[in-house]
Every structure is written in structure tokens, then in C-alpha cells.
Design a protein around this ligand. Sequence first.
Ligand code: ZN
Length: 240
Amino acid sequence: MKFAIFGDIHGNLEALQAVLRDAQEQGCANFVCLGDIVGYGANPVECLETVRSMDCPVVRGNHDEGAANESMLEDLNPLAQAALLWTRAQLTREQRRWLAELKLVRQVRDFTIVHATLDSPGSWAYVTNRFDAMASFSYQFTQLCFYGHTHSPRIFEKDDTVRGARGLEVTLVRGTKYFINVGSVGQPRDGDWRAAYAIYDVQKGHVEIRRLDYDIGTAQQKILDAGLPPLLSERLALGR
Ligand code: ZN
């Protein structure tokens, strides 16, 4: 049994399609979405409807919340604000309600999913180091938890101590907990422009982060054609 765990799609349909195609080729029959389906990219509607039609577990991200509500944009940088106002205008009232009703934390089979942090999932803090991870581990009651939000894939481990694991692949060890950032499908920020997602092989007790080429040129052109800030198009190629 293999799960494909993906998030931070940010309206990038080309990247989402590449991930779903690869996941199917890899034999994943189960899908889980970590939120931020919309915001930044030019295809929020198509990405939302693609994920919704999969009828898989989904948690809410801060951009989903921003697109669903009327307020709450003060916390975001000007680029994200501009993109969210545009995104809101694309979505129907019913699509926005679907985003608003997504849960913040869910348990799926034997693992947990959350967009940002487990210690305070609705405040949208970032887990970037082992101290941040430590706070989330205090609220992690399954061996494995997947999260997103930073757009940088990362594996944290906890046994006697909490540490960042080397590499982006791990075989689960009994007695150790794992807090795993699967990276971003549609807007990576770790300097690698390729789409990222994770595969969890339940039988093997193994998680790997995969990176995929996708049709970035089309995604970039769509952003320009939509009249969104050009920087949103440029940053896709930088992976920043
Ligand atoms: Zn995001």
C-alpha cells in the first residue's frame, strides 16, 4: 500500500498533473493533500477541482484560508496578497466554502497530516529547525506526521533527541517518530524548481521525497497571461 502525499500546489496545474502522473506510475493508489491548493499560480480552480475529485484527505493551508475568507490578508506579503485577491475572484462561493471547511489536522490510517505545525496549526508558524520540530513532536501521537508550508522538503526524527535527518529518504525505525516536510508541488523554495512530493510505502515502512520536471514554461506563461505579478512567474524557475 503506497500513499502519495502532496501539498503547496499553489494553483500550478502543470506541476500537479506531473505529480499525479508520477504517483500513479509508482503504484500509489492512495492520495493525501497537505493544503495550499490555491494562491500564487494561475489555475486555482482547476487545482481545487482536481484535488476535490480525488476525494482524498485534505487539510487547510493558510492560502486556502485566505482565499476562502474575506479578511486575513494583513499577515501576508504584498505578492501573496495580490495573488490571493485575484484567486478569490476566480473561485465560486461554493468552492470557497469547501476550502473554509477543510480541517487543520487529520489522522489518516496510522499517520497525521497538518499544513504548518502541530502545536498551533491555525497560527501558520514555520517549522524550519529542530526546535520548531520539537514543539510539533509534543503534539504528535502517531509515529509519522507529514507537513508542508515552508516549501522545503525536510525530515526530522525524534528518539532521545530531535534532529534533522540527512537526506530525503527514510526507513522507519521502531521507537522513533518522524515529522516530514514533503516540499511543494507548485512553488518549491529550496533552490530546486522541480515539483516535490512524498511516497509513503506502508509495508516497507519507507518514505521518500521525489522531485519531478514539469512543463514550467506553460505554468509561467499562464501567470503572465492572467495579469498576476511577473515575479510569481520568475520565481518558479528559481525555486525560491
Ligand atoms: Zn504554501
